[in-house]
Design a protein around this ligand. Structure first.
Ligand code: 5GP
Length: 201
């Protein structure tokens, strides 16, 4: 049987660049869980690739059927991680990344204590505001809401996550996370099989 993959949660303020860093990690073999959301697609976003874009009623139905590993509301829209595909991928030995906000992340942490919890921060708040504006997909009001949300979420990073990665540049942030993944794989609790094999236990 192949070794079970790592469940990796990556949170961070909107605009911090999680998507770009995660794209690098996918090139290196990780897979991204596709969330369901009631948010409207942005230009270029495809159903089943970036998100499963679902109606409010479908989302409620999924909650009722207990299909989510976690779910939360974020600036007026609902987001959730369908549990079944995540477990299938982990069982197949793949490292699965969840790009989720903090409340959902806390649900994952309590349901899956072995999840690796990473919080990504920008080099400065000015840089974050610049990145959000540069994306050009949100109104000034939405940007203000997302910045306010960031200020609310950032203090959580100190206490509730295992690692804080600064995204000053994409390549270094991706390298930092690859380093975390390598180290997590070597944790003693994940290496009992190797020791057992050595001593024939
Ligand atoms: P966006 O609308 O910019 O794609 O995402 C907004 C926020 O929702 C981001 O912080 C993103 O990490 C979070 N998010 C995306 N999918 C999920 C999910 O399945 N569950 C939770 N809890 N948050 C999610």
């Amino acid at each position: 049987m192949s070794e079970r993959g790592l469940l990796i949660v990556i949170s961070g303020p909107s605009g911090v660049g999680k998507g770009t860093v995660i794209a690098k990690l996918i090139e290196r073999g990780a897979v991204l869980s596709v969330s369901a959301t009631t948010r409207a697609p942005r230009p270029g976003e495809q159903d089943g690739v970036h998100y499963w874009f679902v109606s409010e009623s479908r989302f409620s139905e999924m909650v009722k059927q207990d299909e989510f590993l976690e779910h939360a509301e974020y600036v007026g829209c609902s987001y959730g991680t369908p549990a079944a595909p995540v477990d299938e991928l982990l069982d197949a030995g793949r490292d699965v990344i969840l790009d989720i906000e903090t409340r959902g992340a806390m649900q994952v942490r309590s349901r899956r204590p072995d999840a690796v919890m990473i919080f990504m921060i920008p080099p400065s708040m000015d840089e974050l505001a610049g990145r959000l504006r540069g994306r050009g997909t949100e109104s000034e009001q939405k940007i203000a809401e997302r910045l306010a949300k960031a200020r609310e979420e950032l203090p959580l990073a100190c206490g509730s996550y295992d690692y804080i990665v600064t995204n000053a540049d994409v390549a270094s942030a991706a390298d930092d996370i690859s380093g975390i993944i390598r180290a997590e794989r070597l944790r003693a609790v994940r290496r009992t099989d190797a020791v057992d094999a050595l001593i024939g236990r």
